[in-house]
Write a protein that binds this ligand. Structure first.
Ligand SMILES: [Zn+2]
Ligand SMILES: [Zn+2]
Length: 151
């Protein structure tokens, strides 16, 4: 999962303001206040399975920055200490919370009403990237999380 300390430390490039988002059916809605901490694409197997997609694009916020404005999402503990939230009606993945980053919530960027309002800064868990997924966006790539690269 993508906590990117180096992305955070290079931060400041994300603009503030309020961003709204929600699920496909519209039952789950949220508001995110202020500048996000980071944004990254995750290629890990767990995120692929949870989203049914070739990769998952996250945007990280401090928990107090995000509030639910619609139905309460359903949740699933995909690993010890990990909670994935999704719409219980239409199934859209909404967020990831992990005890490794207890102060953060990681939203799925493409649930934003305006996903182009945040620019992803890199890729994580590229060691698990699918061989047929060809990307030439020039963004930094990390085999694990940025903090795992040494090991
Ligand atoms: Zn992942
Ligand atoms: Zn829904």
């Amino acid at each position: 999962m993508p906590n990117q300390e180096s992305f955070q430390h290079s931060g400041g490039q994300h603009s503030g303001g309020q961003r709204s988002g929600g699920c496909l059916c519209g039952a789950v809605r949220y508001l995110a206040e202020g500048a996000p901490l980071w944004s990254a694409h995750c290629h890990c197997r767990s995120c692929r399975r949870a989203t049914g997609s070739a990769m998952a694009t996250y945007v990280g916020y401090l928990r107090p920055q995000v509030r639910q404005t619609g139905a309460e999402p359903a949740s699933y503990a995909s690993s010890p200490g990990v909670v994935r939230r999704f719409c219980g009606r239409c199934g859209t993945p909404i967020s990831y919370e992990g005890e490794r980053w207890p102060d953060q919530i990681h939203l799925f960027l493409c649930t934003f009403d305006e996903p182009e309002s945040v620019q992803p800064e890199g890729h994580v868990y590229t060691a698990e990237q699918l061989s047929w997924l060809k990307l030439e966006d020039g963004l930094p790539r990390h085999a694990g999380t940025t903090s795992d690269d040494q090991g």
